[in-house]
Write a protein that binds this ligand. Structure first.
Ligand SMILES: Cc1cc2nc3c(=O)[nH]c(=O)nc-3n(C[C@H](O)[C@H](O)[C@H](O)COP(=O)(O)OP(=O)(O)OC[C@H]3O[C@@H](n4cnc5c(N)ncnc54)[C@H](O)[C@@H]3O)c2cc1C
Length: 437
């Protein structure tokens, strides 16, 4: 199917473009034909996932490829638990697809609306000091390269490209399938509670190591953090889910409905934000429950926001959060959205934010109707002073020159890009800024 002209916007409404052409291929061969046709007409081409990146990484001014019709399971190796998914598969479909095989994704981020290709291409991650982000679960993939050829990449096929292609920023070609190392299905036992921020910061490293998945949210202008500690359990342990009504009140009514209304008030009356946040703090009731992993990893986010997230050496997290808190106090800004702090294991993927170091993540947000630039720029300076690496799918101002300093394999990645896309058919303005022309 081919369309023209409609306006494309990302989820956060921070990026938009009117692509010259939109194509929705229904086969791998059609993806190859689209790449070859775009090359003949001298137009750039880009696959776009579900538009959940806050940065301009998915902006496709030439040909926008929508892979929604390339979705579902391509193959399953039941002996190894490796599952190949078509590139346009959305994360929220994966649980149902894996259920007949008793398998699950090892770890997930906060939401599941993204496509598997978009999520891995930007380094999407969840939390857990012993667990890497999604890229570390990828064991193989197939790309359509700049000349329209198919390239299979894994630890054994074209292995020299593997550390680049697992997190390719959409710069190396069009992914048509991705193979994931799954794990046996599991439950999570979740404990959520409000705790003094100072104590949480003092013990962050230790608690991140002790728990399977530890994270916390801190609402600016308050002294409490909402901690979440999740423990992996065998399905035989049995589910003890939240009662549907209390789940709806907490996760839909308060976290989306009421929170959205309060953000709207806060945008008009910023002086009310500290009071609102302190009231929100009082509603952070302790919750203790056990459920399917996806029901605990994933939340619904109905209130739109803008986000910047930085990856730091994990030991730097407490100091950096304290600096952000002092910055907010000093500046007089009224910040309605919480700061989210997570962790990940070190990995060997060249452009992974957790490459070569145990990592802590600090994410800052602003309601989408508020201007984020002043706050994000000041926080970014703090993150840079701790050798921070920005999430590729979230807002930041870094360029190739400064990113080269923090990624030891930056030039190796650029060399792979030169090899697979010498004509820069997959580029856009964001990639020109972060990788160079
Ligand atoms: C509400 C919300 C919550 C989020 N939570 C988290 C979180 O918990 N953790 C986290 O790390 N991130 C999180 N993110 C960020 C999000 O996971 C990433 O930005 C992710 O890339 C979005 O996936 P997508 O399918 O929307 O991809 P898009 O944003 O559409 O595209 C991202 C990149 O992938 C490329 N791409 C897509 N498909 C292909 C393909 N077939 N071949 C080659 N390249 C391709 C695009 O060209 C682009 O470069 C969140 C975002 C939102 C809006």
């Amino acid at each position: 199917m081919t369309n023209t002209g409609a306006l494309w916007q990302n989820w956060a409404r921070s990026e938009s473009v009117r692509p010259a052409r939109v194509e929705r291929p229904t086969s791998v061969a059609a993806v190859q034909r689209a790449v070859i046709a775009a090359a003949k007409s001298g137009m750039p081409i880009k696959a776009v996932g579900s538009g959940h990146s806050f940065s301009g990484i998915a902006v496709a001014p030439g040909v926008l490829l929508d892979l929604a019709d390339l979705s579902g399971i391509v193959g399953v190796d039941t002996a190894t638990g490796r599952v190949t998914l078509a590139a346009g598969t959305r994360l929220h479909r994966i649980r149902g697809l894996l259920a007949p095989y008793g398998l699950a994704l090892a770890n997930m981020g906060d939401v599941d609306r993204q496509t598997i290709s978009g999520a891995t291409s930007t380094g999407t991650h969840g939390t857990g000091s012993a667990f890497g982000g999604l890229v570390t679960q990828i064991v193989g993939l197939t790309l359509v390269t700049g000349d329209g050829e198919l390239l299979h990449v894994s630890e054994t096929e074209n292995a020299e490209i593997f550390p680049a292609a697992r997190l390719g920023l959409g710069a190396l070609g069009i992914l048509v399938d991705v193979t994931i190392q799954c794990v046996p299905d599991f439950l999570l036992h979740a404990v959520e509670q409000a705790e003094p921020l100072g104590e949480v910061l003092d013990t962050f490293d230790e608690r991140s190591r002790a728990a399977d998945h530890f994270e916390f949210y801190w609402f600016p202008h308050t002294e409490k953090a909402l901690t979440k500690t999740n423990t992996r359990l065998n399905p035989a342990a049995g589910r003890a889910p939240l009662a549907p009504v209390s789940r709806w009140i907490d996760d839909e009514l308060l976290a989306n409905g009421v929170f959205g209304a309060l953000c709207t008030i806060g945008a008009v009356l910023p002086q009310s934000v500290p009071t609102i946040n302190r009231v929100a703090e009082r509603f952070m009731a302790r919750r203790d429950y056990t459920d399917a992993s996806t029901r605990i990893f994933v939340s619904r986010r109905a209130v739109r926001f803008h986000e910047m997230e930085y990856a730091l050496p994990i030991a730097a997290i407490p100091a950096a959060v304290r600096e952000v808190r002092e910055l907010i106090q000093r500046s007089g800004w009224r910040i309605s959205f919480p700061i989210e702090v997570r962790s990940a294991a070190a990995d060997d993927v060249w452009l992974s934010t957790a490459h070569g170091r145990e990592t802590g993540y600090i994410a800052v947000h602003r309601f989408y109707r508020e201007k984020p630039a002043e706050y994000f720029t000041a926080v970014e300076a703090i993150m840079r002073s701790h050798d921070g690496r920005p999430h590729w799918g979230k807002m930041h101002t870094r360029d190739a020159e400064s990113l080269r300093e923090t990624y030891p394999h930056f030039d190796d990645f650029v060399a792979v890009r030169d090899r697979l896309d010498p004509e820069r058919r997959f580029t856009n303005r964001y990639l020109e800024r972060v990788l160079g022309r």
